[in-house]
Design a protein around this ligand. Structure first.
Ligand SMILES: [Zn+2]
Length: 165
């Protein structure tokens, strides 16, 4: 890697408001979610925080966060010690941040850069939506279950009436 390539690389992987991040933000916003960006008061400064769902979302660059088994996580041919040490430290820190958030009662979701590639992104974003809906149901607990049952009974009753007449 030339020094120039290396600095491009560094800039790309460290920066906030990256393309993958913007993709997730736009998707969530268009689905009615509102979120805080880079909440510095929380462990790891989560990329997105949906306070109402008590959920933090991290959008991880595959190289910088060491995505195991991922084709986007390839060690550069030079300065291998430097990079592997740095990435091991990042992974350790990510792990500690997730534990700290969980201990404070936050749900955490990690999305990898490779999961937002054109071929993958639709599946990933739909999965994210399902996960957030699930968390929402979980947080609301029993009261919502009761409402569901009630609505279902009513609509069944209405259908029967139609069949009879
Ligand atoms: Zn990856």
């Amino acid at each position: 890697m030339t020094p120039e390539q290396r600095s491009n690389f560094m800039r790309r992987i460290r920066s906030k408001n990256t393309r993958p991040e913007m993709l997730v933000r736009r998707f969530l916003f268009s689905h009615g979610f509102r979120y805080r960006i880079h909440a510095k008061t929380l462990p790891g400064t989560p990329d997105l925080t949906i306070v109402g769902l008590r959920t933090c979302i991290f959008i991880n660059g595959c190289f910088w966060h060491g995505h195991e088994g991922c084709s986007m996580y390839k060690m550069p041919q030079t300065h291998i010690d430097f990079w592997s040490h740095k990435i091991a430290r990042n992974k350790q820190r990510d792990h500690e941040n997730l534990l700290a958030l969980k201990a404070q009662g936050w749900h955490t979701i990690e999305i990898w850069e490779c999961q937002l590639k054109p071929k993958e992104k639709e599946k990933t974003l739909q999965g994210l939506l399902r996960t957030l809906n699930f968390i929402s149901l979980q947080n609301q607990g029993a009261r919502l279950t009761y409402n569901f049952d009630y609505e279902e009974e009513r609509s069944l009753a209405a259908e029967e009436d139609t069949n009879i007449s």
